[in-house]
Design a protein around this ligand. Structure first.
Ligand code: SF4
Length: 225
């Protein structure tokens, strides 16, 4: 089933309700191919909603260029956030950057920590997580309480890969330049492998390959317990 139309209407209706109730809204995105339906819909519903990119300093050059091109093409209000901790202070006793020995702490410093000011400043956080991405996200709801009183809104939760592909085709949206090389989920360069080269099945198996880690913390630590 690739008809995404009813899910688009839910997205529109929710944004309208938040705005009628005076809620301050922001979105975050990692600017991958499968992020584009949500970003395109934001540009159609209200292009003034700020879209934050968490710049860890470890992204592929292709992602940084793609982000700029998509934001320009869609007319998005692109914002960037980065860790308040300089990279020189993100090393262990042997001088190794934390992603090599303690990726959870590296993700905390470069993803979770920079997101906290937005959670304090806004009422609603639009995040493009999907239920079929992993076990953690399969338990999510459309709306969930986030940390610091923020409401998490997950408009893409029920979207399937078929719906994403259909939307991209229907609207002739561009493709992340690494997707053609088998990078179906693109995060930071040190922690991302090509799913095609791994012969993996799930798009997220290329993230933190070989580790039990499946999330960076945005969708675990920043969910209110
Ligand atoms: Fe660090 Fe890797 Fe997490 Fe990026 S994905 S913040 S490099 S541990």
């Amino acid at each position: 089933m690739a008809d995404y139309t009813p899910l688009v209407q839910i997205f529109r209706d929710k944004i309208k309700t938040y705005q009628e109730n005076g809620k301050k809204i922001f979105a975050s995105s990692s600017f991958q191919s499968h992020s584009l339906p949500m970003l395109h819909l934001i540009s159609q519903i209200d292009a003034s909603i700020p879209v934050y990119f968490l710049n860890t300093g470890y992204h592929f050059a292709e992602t940084l260029a793609f982000k700029e091109e998509v934001a320009r093409q869609f007319g998005l209000q692109l914002q960037e956030a980065a860790s308040p901790i300089p990279k020189i202070a993100q090393r262990d006793a042997n001088g190794l950057l934390f992603f090599a020995k303690d990726p959870d702490y590296c993700c905390y410093l470069n993803k979770t920590l920079p997101m906290e000011p937005m959670l304090a400043a806004y009422d609603v956080w639009i995040s493009g997580v999907r239920r079929d991405q992993n076990a953690n996200r399969s338990r999510f709801e459309y709306e969930m309480p986030g940390k610091y009183g923020t409401l998490r809104f997950h408009p893409m939760l029920e979207w399937t890969n078929a719906m994403i592909a259909r939307y991209l085709k229907d609207h002739q949206l561009p493709q992340h330049p690494l997707e053609g090389k088998g990078y179906l989920s693109v995060g930071c360069e040190p922690c991302t492998q090509s799913v095609a080269q791994m012969n993996a099945q799930n798009e997220r198996e290329g993230r933190w390959a070989g580790l039990k880690k499946t999330e960076c913390g945005l969708h675990t630590d920043l969910v209110a317990q």
